[in-house]
Design a protein around this ligand. Sequence first.
Ligand SMILES: [Zn+2]
Ligand SMILES: [Zn+2]
Length: 288
Amino acid sequence: MSERPIRAPRAEPREVVELKQLKVAQPELASAVDMQLALVEVQRRVQSRVPLPWIQPDPEWLAAQQLAGRPAVRFTDIPLDWTDFRLTLRQTADILHRYEALDRAEHHQIQALAREGNALEALVSKWYTATSGVDPSVARHSSPDGSLPSLDQVLVLALRPFLARCAEALGQRSDLSLWHYGHCPFCGWEPDFAVITPAADRRLICGRCLAQWTFGVHTCPFCSNDDRALVTSFATRDGRYRVYACDVCRRYLKAYDGRNASRSVLVAVDSIATLPLDAAAIQKGYVG
Ligand SMILES: [Zn+2]
Ligand SMILES: [Zn+2]
């Protein structure tokens, strides 16, 4: 009789390990950490199934897009498997509802939407075109009229595993040296976080596809204000995180200070670890 080989437990991803440590160190963040762990699990599972797309934009078209501040990823470039997307949308909405980030009525509406075949596809395509600004004939704006306010949040998370693969595919060979805009060069969304590199550059991180691009340290990505006297910056006591708040448009952006750090930025962890910084910025009258 042969014994079954004992398999070593699969190593947990770094962000999962760090999120669990964060929960022990800061128990007041437990609920936010648990929600993030659930979202990370869904994202990782889906993303592992999404193939790296072969995106080969015409160089002239791409140069014109970049010059005009328009992103590179068209909706048809996204390797969307609708069955997978619908599942991701439903699971994301379930998690947000479970942790009270989505009310019952909105949860029902999104569940119903996920079941509708053609309506969902048309809506997601329209939403991406409107929010990316990729099409020169459609001005970039936050959301198409008449959509649920919380739908943005759910769509951003559900589309991320697919869109992140586009950013991955294009990021390897894109020259972003001429991209000086505050929005994402790949999907046109706003930055949601930033990282200060050991060379003291600041890289913005897209809130939708997680792509990174270099941007002026003291320039506001939301309104382009670059008057240093009108950018308020403050750090956590341990110097690990920093907030840049704009005194013109009143918006702020959080950053991970990688200059003396032992690891690179982990957005899934750092965005939760900095929730107390959000509270501090909001208390000073800034908006996220
Ligand atoms: Zn993006
Ligand atoms: Zn601003």
